[in-house]
Design a protein around this ligand. Sequence first.
Ligand code: NAD
Length: 248
Amino acid sequence: MWVVMDRVSGKVAFISGGARGMGAAHAHWLLAEGASVVVGDVLDVEGRALAAKLGERVLFTHLDVTSPADWAAAVDQTIERFGRIDILVNNAGIANGAPISEFSVDVWQRTLDINLTGAFLGIRTVVPHLIAQRSGSIINVSSVEGLRGSPNLHAYVATKFGLRGLTKSVAVEVAAAGVRVNSIHPGFITTPMTSGISAERLQIPMGRAAEPDEVSQLVLFLASDESSYSTGAEFVIDGGLTAGIPHA
Ligand code: NAD
């Protein structure tokens, strides 16, 4: 379906939460298009199996995105192994649902810690390297739930809106240093996170869920120099989900 064209040849990419789901697809595609890839995740078994499958230009490292020490060690390892870092995909995330009056403070806080603070810590750790080399691309994985409200998904929605703001504040700060920061807003993608949810519930104009590989094509665009003039921007990939008003 897609032609491989060395779109990120020679670059080094770091993907948080890349052991499975969309992150694993991004690892596959960034590698296929010429990058070396480091995958960080709490899922050690899945992460190591993925790296073993993809080969020598893929490294797995244990990373809990809520830990500043884990981030520091993961980025040190990346530089040690591949000599540089060019691309950060802040992809790790969790989703939990409950009516607002029953939403637990623990779940709220855990979701903020992983989805939003995790991305902040990743950016804070990686950005000095990108500024020093005067190039780099950061891709923050928000969601269509960062563009609109969604019943029960209160913490998730708050973090995905938060990622939009963080994207823009960092983007304007580092633009002059040649570093780009953008957010992506996937709709309904077939991954472990959405298993058990039927695409039919969502009234997607295109009438189907997307495969993770389809989102990887957007990540490749933003990771590569093809997107050289895009920063602080929001890239929606949702089969038309947020384009119209749903009618029952
Ligand atoms: P997934 O559950 O398959 O992947 C999420 C990954 O994040 C897992 O590998 C998980 O282990 C990892 N993770 C969770 N907590 C972590 C932590 N503390 N430290 C490091 N890694 C951690 O789900 P996915 O659908 O592939 O989700 C990837 C991203 O895409 C998430 O940010 C999600 O919110 C976002 N997203 C998903 C959809 C969808 O429809 N699937 C739509 C829009 C946005």
